[in-house]
Structures are given as structure tokens and as C-alpha cells.
Design a protein around this ligand. Structure first.
Ligand SMILES: Cc1ncc(COP(=O)(O)O)c(C=O)c1O
Length: 376
């Protein structure tokens, strides 16, 4: 989306230097483990391919994605390093994935059989155990034992290479929650069972960003870093020292107007001016991924000052109250960023919208122009 002179009307500026530096900081926090940069969901809204390239530049050992098409898109973009994919539905393109050198995840004995039936050669497969989250993965107990037996048989007959065993935390962003210790104990039990069946586990991994800080004993052989690598804390209770937001969302004012006291703003008239003021029209809305629940609550940055969002956030636009600031049509406003010029962060938008920072950045879609700084 561009203005008349080519300046984008709405722009996401992605600071790849900050992203690489964040990965370096995170590596120091888990120095004995390999690092998987999680780039799923379009690199948490930052743009998967440029983020993936920057991750490799920064020395990330692995890239992690949820869906097969994300893994294949990385290969199409020229990435040829280790990639793990973990959310495959029946009929997933296992042959293509394996031929492309992507490691896939088996979450049940049945899924392992599907992978083996489809794969042209001896695929590299990681096994996922559900240690409590109840999402994908074989539930520890009968389901896990069935997967272990299937893996052991397939290995004996030379049909598979088991390269990893892994699981995912449910509550790592709650430092005092005993659930993480429980999951870690179950995970260790699952690895022991696999070993007991004669299968070397390969890479053992359990930790996401939050776990790096809250569960050092769970770093194991690899940590999967997502949100903290983008410079966003997983939770206000888990603050990463030394990381910096990678993304700045900004837009050009489409219109500036003076209104009188009593002027009512946007759908539903949910805000009324109690004195004359100057309003700015920001050309982004929920169609671009803003949260409508941030209506009347979020702020933006303009010329080093905070200005409030007034009234309902619409599909394509929203309104800010510039007060007496001498703003003009075409001026830049910053929705969120690192906070260097006083603008809010994505985490502050999350608070205003009643959600988490993850959702603020991941939802960004639609008509933004993405601009990359620090591309190599
Ligand atoms: C399986 C898995 N591992 C790691 C991550 C990264 O988590 P975070 O962004 O909290 O670091 C995710 C993201 O949700 C995930 O689904």
C-alpha cells in the first residue's frame, strides 16, 4: 500500500540487525544447546524468508516451522540447512518434504507409518511426545509406547532414522507454575523409554523462549526460540534482558481535521470530544490485523509523543487524537515499535487489546509494505 509519492501508506519496518543480535543474546542464555529459530506463521508476522536468512546469518543451527508448506517455502527460497516441521495432517507431502531434506515429526505410531509409506528413502524423523499440553504429540503412556515400538521396529528394519525426541511446554511463561517441572520429568521418562527400546533419541528438546529463562534444566540439546528472538517478552513475568523489538509498524496520516467539542468519532459513536481537538486518520484497521478490542484504548507515537486511539478501530482505518500537535496529512505515526521515540511497544498494544504480544505481531497481514533494514 503506497502513497502518491511512493511512500508506503502503511509499513512494517523489520530490523534484521536487532533480530540477529537477539539470537546472539538468546544463545548466551542457553550456551550448551543448539538453537532453533522458530520462523512459522510468516516469521511471527515479520516475513518468514528474510527472517530465516537472518537467522542463518546469526548462526541458528535449525529453523522450525509448523506446517509442511512453510518448510517447502524455505527450500524454494534457497534455504538448505536443517529444518524441522511439526504439524502435518493426513496426506501431507511427506515424500516431497523428505526429498527436500526436511525433518518431519511423528506424533503417533499411525503417523510414523504414513511417513514411512510415503517417503522414498530412509526419512529423518523426530518423535513428539505429549508431556501434558494435549496438543500434537503422542500422549505419554500407551500412545507414546506404541510410537516407541513402531520407531524401534522401523529402525531395526532400516526404514527410518530417528533424529530427535521432543515436546512443548504449556506454562513455561509462569515461573512458579509446577507444571514445567512435571512436564520435564515426563519428558525424561519418555526419552528413557525410547532408549530402553534400543532407539537413540538424537536431539532432545523441550524449551521455548520462556523455558530458556524459567527452566534452565530443560535446555537439553536444543532450544526453540520464537517470541524472544523477535524482541517480545513471552509474558510480563518473563522479561528477557538485552533483547529488542524487531518490528516497527507505522503509517502515514491520510487526513487531519479539526473538530469541535461534542464531535463523535467512528462506528457506534464510542468516543465524543469534550473539547475542540485535531484528529488524525490512520489508514490501517482490523483488515490489516489491528485488534478491534484496542479501540479507545491503544496509543500511537507521533513526533515523540503518545497520542490515543479514539473510537472504534474499523476495517481499513482508525482515528487518533492529536490534540494541539501541528500534524499534517502525510505525517508518519508509529503504531508500535521498540519505544525509542516514545512510541508504544507491541506488548503495550497487547495489553490494550486484551491479548499477548505474539498475537499483535502475528496477526499483521493485509496491506502493509514490509521493509527490511540490515539485509545482507
Ligand atoms: C512447537 C513450538 N516450539 C517452539 C515455539 C516457540 O515458542 P516461543 O515463541 O514461546 O518461543 C512454538 C511457538 O508457539 C512452538 O509451537
Amino acid at each position: 500500500m503506497s502513497g502518491a509519492n511512493g511512500a508506503p501508506a502503511a509499513e512494517l519496518v523489520v530490523d534484521l540487525d536487532a533480530y540477529r543480535e537477539n539470537l546472539r543474546v538468546l544463545r548466551e542464555l542457553a550456551p550448551a544447546s543448539q538453537q532453533m529459530a522458530v520462523v512459522k506463521a510468516n516469521g511471527y508476522g515479520h516475513g518468514m524468508v528474510p527472517i530465516a536468512r537472518a537467522a542463518r546469518d546469526a548462526g541458528a543451527d535449525w529453523l522450525g516451522v509448523a506446517r509442511p508448506e512453510e518448510a517447502l517455502a524455505l527450500r524454494s527460497a534457497g534455504d538448505d540447512g536443517p529444518v524441522l516441521c511439526w504439524l502435518e495432517t493426513p496426506g501431507a507431502p511427506f515424500a516431497e518434504l523428505v526429498e527436500a531434506g526436511i525433518e518431519v515429526t511423528a506424533s503417533s505410531a499411525e503417523q510414523l507409518e504414513e511417513i514411512l509409506a510415503a517417503a522414498p528413502s530412509r526419512p529423518r524423523v523426530q518423535l513428539k511426545v505429549d508431556t501434558g499440553l494435549s496438543r500434537n504429540g503422542a500422549r505419554f503412556g500407551a500412545d507414546w509406547s506404541a510410537l516407541v515400538r513402531a520407531a524401534s521396529r522401523a529402525q531395526e528394519s532400516g526404514r527410518v532414522q530417528i533424529t530427535g525426541v521432543w515436546s512443548h511446554f504449556a506454562c513455561a511463561d509462569e515461573p512458579d507454575n509446577p507444571a514445567s517441572a512435571e512436564q520435564e520429568a515426563v519428558f525424561i521418562g519418555a526419552v528413557d523409554e525410547l532408549r530402553g527400546a534400543g532407539v537413540e533419541p538424537g536431539l532432545r528438546h523441550l524449551s521455548n523462549s520462556a523455558g530458556i529463562l524459567t527452566r534452565p534444566s530443560a535446555h537439553f540439546d536444543l532450544v526453540r526460540v520464537g517470541i524472544a528472538s523477535y524482541g517480545i517478552d513471552p509474558d510480563p513475568a518473563v522479561r528477557f534482558p538485552g533483547v529488542r523489538p524487531v518490528l516497527t509498524a507505522r503509517a502515514r496520516l491520510a487526513q487531519v481535521k479539526e473538530v469541535e467539542a461534542g464531535a463523535r468519532v467512528s462506528y457506534g459513536y464510542r468516543w465524543t470530544a469534550d473539547h475542540p481537538t485535531r484528529l488524525g486518520l490512520v489508514p490501517v484497521g482490523y483488515g490489516d490485523g489491528l485488534h478491534r478490542t484496542a479501540s479507545n484504548r491503544a496509543e500511537m507515537g507521533y513526533a515523540g509523543r503518545r497520542v490515543p486511539v479514539r473510537g472504534t478501530i474499523c476495517m481499513d482505518q482508525c482515528v487518533i487524537d492529536l490534540g494541539e500537535l501541528p500534524a499534517r496529512r502525510g505525517d508518519l505515526v508509529t503504531l508500535f515499535g521498540p519505544g525509542d521515540d516514545g512510541e508504544p511497544t507491541a506488548e503495550e498494544w497487547a495489553q490494550a487489546a486484551g491479548t499477548i504480544g505474539y498475537e499483535i505481531v502475528t496477526r499483521l497481514a493485509g496491506r502493509w509494505t514490509r521493509t527490511y533494514r540490515g539485509e545482507r
